[in-house]
Design a protein around this ligand. Structure first.
Ligand SMILES: [Zn+2]
Ligand SMILES: [Zn+2]
Length: 134
């Protein structure tokens, strides 16, 4: 499977080869702030599965767990593209809303549901984790 995506302005684009390792929804407050919305949808791939064109700016964020989360975004339009965690080397978490075709997404887990916005209803068949296992 080959998937493509890009930021809002198109200065950053990417191509992903192979299978997604995990698709999840993160309800942490920091994702809400960065995305400007209720949650972020992301999928995990190996660093060797993704090729990015264009320059990204990085913000070193600290999660509630205390872990550093490097948030990479387009410096021109601000679209979040990917996150990486020094505690999980070799894995890239792509912000799934940047995919050209989002029909492949099927979230298997919701993280940080303790800070979920009240109006968001989660499918009871999908796993929920109140905090982050990491
Ligand atoms: Zn952009
Ligand atoms: Zn988050």
């Amino acid at each position: 499977m080959t998937m493509t995506g890009q930021c809002l302005c198109g200065a950053v684009s990417y191509k992903v080869e192979g299978d997604l390792q995990m698709t999840g929804v993160c309800h942490c407050k920091n994702c809400q702030r960065q995305a400007g919305t209720a949650y972020s949808v992301l999928f995990a791939v190996g660093d060797d599965q993704i090729k990015i064109d264009g320059d990204l700016t990085t913000y070193d964020d600290t999660a509630d767990s205390g872990n550093v989360v490097q948030r990479h975004f387009c410096p021109k339009c601000g679209s979040p593209i990917k996150s990486s965690l020094p505690t999980q080397p070799g894995v890239t978490f792509i912000k799934a809303g940047t995919l050209d075709d989002t029909s492949v997404l099927k979230p298997q887990v919701h993280f940080w549901t303790g800070s979920k916005q009240d109006w968001v209803d989660i499918d009871p068949d999908v796993a929920q984790i109140e905090a982050n296992p990491g």
